[in-house]
Design a protein around this ligand. Structure first.
Ligand SMILES: [Zn+2]
Length: 448
């Protein structure tokens, strides 16, 4: 509340008294805009006809039109008839290496970072560390590189990188010293080594998350304190959901157990449908956004579809598996498990930022409302990162990560997929600028 008052005072003072144009020039004001604040406990989800003041990388104030004066020299964005909401997060994303790899041009890294923004994604939890990424994160934070705010998992903990409890503990300490935000778990870790990792991570107060190693199992991973479970595959393994329908009771037990331990879930539904062979191949190959990735990456994805899947991942099994996953997500949502938006971009057919339009329909199909989906990519993510920054709501003091869309996203959520403006840490991108840059990326990656 104190912050709110100070910011509003600042806005009023600048508006009425101060004549210094220099002091005013870093204000940006969205005018006449409808705001989906996503503020917790806000009764009415949309505040109509508002002014939203941004200064530097923070939201400074929000007030009905006419209540606060607009600072002289402020950049004014007319949001009449439009809807402003917090930028979205990709909670299971990846960032390519700094150098060219497998013939993929070096520019791919910057293009991926831009594609996230083009899709309204202003925060990415990077889920596999490469050595250069910590510098990349810093460069973005400093404004010397364009991109979403990054929070980064370090290099993988798996059966190859960790073969003893001592080594597990040493690796936890090393990753924390290096400055990673999260420890990334992959399959293959032994239970003994996982327990050592979990114990060391708890002592040192660093999070771990990712896959569930088969020797550990879902219940153990949750009891030992994993921060999120990603992909839902660990749950399917626990109830043998790959081939046969699983009862609601079994799924509900898993959901209640997860909820009771406060563990979040990043379902990555669209990607997993592709992986298990339940996706429609022709539809995947037709995704318009494929033109924004290099031809080498595109070809790799096409090759994946052409490979014979294992017997679990064909025909009826794939459909049953996919249906079990959908029902699990539905029951998790009913039981109040914290669902976090993520697509595992840029994995198979998940083009960074633009992959939201593929994931969100799966979440709706599992019974989540447009509000729930937006919550999973904004407020829920803000809660997850609450000890490092404030974002995920349109409220004073929050990081100025915003998207302005042409329709009410609670009525037509598709409006999220082509924002009119994207603001990341106070920096604005217009639709025209985004389109221009997308056209340039498409041009660069045309297949020959
Ligand atoms: Zn991943």
């Amino acid at each position: 509340m104190t912050i709110l008052r100070v910011f509003i005072m600042a806005a009023i003072l600048v508006g009425v008294g101060c004549t210094s144009a220099k002091a005013d020039s870093d204000w940006i004001v969205f005018e006449n805009v409808n705001v989906l604040t996503m503020a917790e406990g806000s009764g009415h989800p949309i505040r109509e006809n508002q002014l939203v003041f941004v200064q530097g990388d923070r939201i400074a104030a929000i007030a009905p039109v006419g209540m606060l004066s607009i600072p002289e020299g402020a950049r004014r964005i007319d949001g009449r008839g439009m809807y402003l909401l917090p930028g979205l997060a990709e909670m299971h994303g990846h960032v390519p290496p700094l150098q060219s790899f497998q013939g993929v041009p070096e520019r791919y890294l910057d293009d991926v970072l831009f594609l996230y923004l083009a899709g309204g994604v202003t925060t990415v939890r990077g889920m596999l560390g490469h050595p250069h990424q910590l510098q990349l994160k810093q460069d973005i934070a400093d404004g010397t590189r364009i991109g979403p705010t990054l929070y980064l998992a370090g290099p993988s903990f798996n059966g190859n990188t960790v073969t003893s409890p001592i080594q597990a503990r040493e690796r936890v300490r090393l990753h924390q010293q290096e400055g990673w935000d999260l420890l990334k778990i992959h399959p293959g870790l032994s239970l003994r080594d996982f327990e050592a990792l979990a114990d060391e991570a708890r002592t040192r107060e660093i999070d771990f998350a990712g896959h569930v190693p088969s020797e550990v199992g879902i219940h153990h991973a949750i009891i030992l304190g994993t921060r999120t479970i990603d992909h839902l595959d660990g749950y399917m393994a626990a109830v043998n959901g790959f081939e046969e329908p699983v009862s609601d009771d079994k799924l509900r037990e898993l959901a209640q157990f997860t909820r009771a331990h406060g563990v979040g879930v990043v379902p990555t539904m669209a990607l997993w449908e592709t992986i298990i062979g339940a996706g429609d191949k022709d539809e995947l190959l037709d995704f318009d956004e494929l033109k924004y990735v290099p031809s080498q990456v595109r070809q790799g994805w096409k090759n994946f579809l052409a490979e014979p899947r294992s017997q679990y991942y064909t025909g009826d099994s794939a459909r049953i598996h996919a249906e079990n996953r959908r029902r699990l997500l539905a029951i998790m949502h009913e039981e109040g498990v914290e669902i976090l938006l993520g697509t595992d971009a840029p994995q198979l057919f998940s083009v960074p930022g633009l992959s939201m339009r593929r994931e969100i329909p799966h979440m709706l199909a599992a019974g989540m409302s447009p509000f729930d989906v937006i919550y999973s990519g904004t407020v829920a993510v803000g809660r997850y990162f609450a000890d490092v920054d404030d974002f995920g709501q349109v409220m004073p003091g929050q990081r100025a990560d915003l998207i302005l869309v042409s329709e009410n996203p609670l009525i037509n959520i598709d409006t999220l997929y082509s924002p009119e403006w994207v603001m990341v840490r106070g920096e604005l991108w217009s639709r025209a600028q985004i389109q221009e840059k997308l056209a340039e990326i498409e041009q660069a990656y045309q297949a020959h």
